[in-house]
Structure formats: C-alpha cells, structure tokens
Design a protein around this ligand. Structure first.
Ligand SMILES: *[C@@H]1O[C@H](CO)[C@@H](O)[C@H](O)[C@H]1NC(C)=O
Ligand SMILES: *[C@@H]1O[C@H](CO)[C@@H](O)[C@H](O)[C@H]1NC(C)=O
Ligand SMILES: *[C@@H]1O[C@H](CO)[C@@H](O)[C@H](O)[C@H]1NC(C)=O
Ligand SMILES: *[C@@H]1O[C@H](CO)[C@@H](O)[C@H](O)[C@H]1NC(C)=O
Ligand SMILES: *[C@@H]1O[C@H](CO)[C@@H](O)[C@H](O)[C@H]1NC(C)=O
Ligand SMILES: *[C@@H]1O[C@H](CO)[C@@H](O)[C@H](O)[C@H]1NC(C)=O
Ligand SMILES: *[C@@H]1O[C@H](CO)[C@@H](O)[C@H](O)[C@H]1NC(C)=O
Ligand SMILES: *[C@@H]1O[C@H](CO)[C@@H](O)[C@H](O)[C@H]1NC(C)=O
Ligand SMILES: *[C@@H]1O[C@H](CO)[C@@H](O)[C@H](O)[C@H]1NC(C)=O
Ligand SMILES: *[C@@H]1O[C@H](CO)[C@@H](O)[C@H](O)[C@H]1NC(C)=O
Ligand SMILES: *[C@@H]1O[C@H](CO)[C@@H](O)[C@H](O)[C@H]1NC(C)=O
Length: 246
C-alpha cells in the first residue's frame, strides 16, 4: 500500500509540472509570434499642443494622442469608406485663443489638410469646464470632397477650474454620425493655467473604474491576512491557556 501511494505521489509529482509546463508553453506559444498589427491599429503619438495668449503666456495646455475616425466617399473606390487617421504631432500646428469663460484649441496640418477645433467653455458659477464644440474640416488625398462637420452641443472632458483633466484610457468622442475622435492618454487644461504647467489632475471615470479592481482585490487580500492572523493569535492564546491549566 505505502509503495503504491509513494509511486502515485511520485507520478503526480512528475506529471503536474509537465502539465503546467505544457500549459505555460501553450500560453507562450500563443503570445510569442510577433503580431505585426495592421497600420490602422497603431496608436497615435502624443502631441504637446499649447495655446499662447496675445501677451505671450501659455493659457491652454493639451498633451494627447488623437485619432480621427471618419466615414467619407473614397475618390479611388468611388464608395463610402471608414478610415482612421492618426494626427502626427510633428506635422500639426496648434493655435487658438483664451477668454475668461471660453477657450479654443485649433490643430491644423497643411500636409494632410486637416483643421480640427476644440472649443471649451467654463461655467463661472459652478467652476466646471468641458469640451462643448468640435469642428473638423478635412481633405485627405483620397477624399472625393471636403469632409466638414461641427457639433456645438458636446459634453466631454469635464473638469474643475484650476485642475487639469486626465484620462489614461482610450476614449471615444462622438462628433457626428460620420466622425468620431479617439483620444489616447489625454491631459488638458483649458483654463487657469499658471506657470506653463498642468494643475493637479482629475482622473476620468474610466481610469477610476480600472483602479477599482486592484483596490478590491487588495482589500480582500488584506482582509484575508487579517482573518488568518486573528485565527492564529486566538488559536495560540487558546493552546497557551490550555497548556497552563494542565
Ligand atoms: C496676460 O493676459 C491674461 C488674460 O488675457 C491676463 O490674465 C494676464 O494677467 C496677462 N499677463 C500679463 C503679464 O500681462
Ligand atoms: C470607427 O467608427 C466606426 C463606426 O462608428 C466603428 O464601427 C469603428 O469601430 C470605429 N473604429 C475605430 C478604430 O474606432
Ligand atoms: C455621412 O456620410 C455619408 C456618406 O459619405 C453622406 O451621404 C451623409 O450625408 C453624411 N451624413 C452627414 C450627417 O454628414
Ligand atoms: C461613382 O458612383 C456613382 C454612383 O454611386 C456614379 O454615379 C458615378 O458615375 C461614379 N463615378 C465614377 C468616376 O466612377
Ligand atoms: C513626422 O514623423 C513621422 C514618423 O513619426 C515621419 O514619418 C514624418 O516624416 C515626420 N514628418 C515631418 C514633417 O518631419
Ligand atoms: C452653471 O452651473 C450652475 C450651477 O451648477 C447652473 O445652475 C447653471 O445653469 C450653469 N450655467 C450654464 C450656462 O450652464
Ligand atoms: C484650414 O484652415 C486654413 C486657414 O483658415 C485654410 O486655408 C484651409 O483651407 C483649411 N483646410 C481645410 C482642409 O479645411
Ligand atoms: C463651434 O465652433 C465653430 C468654429 O470653430 C463655430 O463656427 C460655431 O459657431 C461653434 N458652435 C457653437 C455652438 O459654439
Ligand atoms: C458613440 O457612438 C457609438 C456608436 O456610434 C456608441 O456605441 C457609443 O456609446 C457612443 N459613445 C458616447 C460616449 O456617446
Ligand atoms: C452632437 O453630439 C451629441 C452627443 O454626442 C449627439 O447627441 C448629437 O446628435 C450630435 N449632433 C450632431 C448634429 O451630430
Ligand atoms: C508646450 O508647453 C510645454 C510646457 O510648457 C512645453 O514643454 C512644450 O515644449 C510646449 N510645446 C510647444 C509645441 O510649444
């Protein structure tokens, strides 16, 4: 009997690592091949886009990657296509203006024939700002005609005066049925910029949701450790007490 069980446990001892190794190998095999993603899945580079006031002070700061998702009529195919386009920071100029309760960031690329305007407004009573207006005019090489959209009733990138808005996660801003903008690692501050620097960041809901899982897992683990520790202490006290009575 003891021989058999020792053989069995030996068998288990050998096979378990083998099974584990097989699993790991499979896992690595599926991850390993260098997947060259199609051009369209490439994330846009983050650009530092600033707006400077007439008196030379920076009044709006934006640090973000932008990807335009546009539906338009292709000149070469003569049909409607959906195409994504990454704004290249080195080919994009920023300009705009800042007033006490509204600010504008204009991004333009001569090479790609794109003008993209972000309009922010500040509610001076509630001290909250948001992106309210987006205007896009684009004439990419394959466009049969100029694409032109504007939406002045948006409510994105909501922040508080004196703070910057930040979102690490990818976010989609719907502008019109034919245009949406994917943002990557956004940090913007359209009002009350002081000393060319972002104010403290307010993180978007998406990021907070991402943080929630590790926090819950961490709390659960901490709870478990506490329970085990308590059980151990109580057990020790009991056995100690038991020993004394004997
Ligand atoms: C620059 O202009 C902004 C508003 O346009 C104003 O708040 C600020 O005081 C001005 N700074 C200087 C140095 O004039
Ligand atoms: C672009 O927009 C279309 C239609 O709204 C959507 O189906 C597609 O997933 C979007 N692509 C990206 C990369 O966001
Ligand atoms: C969206 O694009 C299609 C095809 O290019 C066009 O027919 C339609 O008018 C556009 N819709 C809007 C609201 O611009
Ligand atoms: C493009 O397609 C439209 C109908 O969808 C047609 O009337 C037009 O002649 C086509 N143009 C070319 C250059 O093929
Ligand atoms: C901008 O950078 C891209 C690569 O990120 C490069 O292909 C392109 O030539 C650059 N354009 C200019 C005007 O420097
Ligand atoms: C500004 O915020 C206040 C308080 O939240 C609100 O009552 C008011 O309607 C807002 N004003 C505008 C123009 O949205
Ligand atoms: C972008 O704006 C400039 C200056 O207003 C203008 O000359 C250019 O034609 C515009 N480009 C597009 C694609 O609308
Ligand atoms: C949005 O901005 C464009 C120009 O950038 C302007 O023509 C339009 O009136 C603005 N719309 C609203 C509702 O502010
Ligand atoms: C944007 O539009 C897509 C479909 O067109 C929708 O699934 C998504 O919920 C919209 N996002 C927001 C923030 O409205
Ligand atoms: C402007 O955007 C809002 C929010 O995404 C949407 O409900 C509305 O239909 C858009 N307006 C136009 C003209 O596309
Ligand atoms: C924008 O401002 C930041 C911070 O002041 C600076 O580091 C960066 O060089 C500026 N970018 C441009 C294009 O002016």
């Amino acid at each position: 009997m003891t021989r058999i069980t020792s053989v069995q446990s030996w068998y288990l001892g050998v096979t378990l690592p083998l099974i584990l190794a097989a699993f790991l190998h499979q896992g690595f095999a599926t991850v390993a091949p260098p997947t060259s993603p199609p051009h369209k899945d490439v994330r846009p580079d983050r650009g530092q886009y600033n707006v400077t006031n007439a008196n030379g002070t920076v009044c709006l700061l934006a640090y973000m990657g932008l990807q335009l998702n546009m539906s338009f009529t292709s000149a070469s195919l003569n049909k409607t296509v959906i195409d994504v386009f990454n704004l290249k920071p080195n080919e994009t100029k920023s300009s705009g203006g800042c007033e006490s309760d509204h600010a504008m960031l204009i991004l333009s690329s001569d090479i790609d024939k794109i003008n993209l305007t972000f309009g922010f407004i500040l509610n001076t009573t509630s001290k909250k700002y948001h992106l309210s207006n987006v205007t896009l005019s684009a004439l990419l090489t394959d466009m049969k005609e100029r694409l032109s959209v504007t939406n002045g009733s948006l409510n994105y990138l909501r922040g508080t005066l004196g703070y910057s808005y930040m979102c690490r996660d990818e976010q989609t801003l719907n502008v019109s049925v034919n245009v949406s903008i994917n943002t990557f690692q956004v940090q913007v501050q359209p009002f009350a910029v002081s000393g060319n620097q972002f104010g403290a960041a307010e993180e978007c809901q998406l990021d907070e949701d991402d943080m929630l899982i590790p926090i819950i897992v961490g709390a659960a683990l901490a709870g478990l450790v506490l329970v085990v520790l308590l059980a151990y202490l109580i057990g020790r006290k009991r056995s100690h007490a038991g020993y004394q009575t004997i």
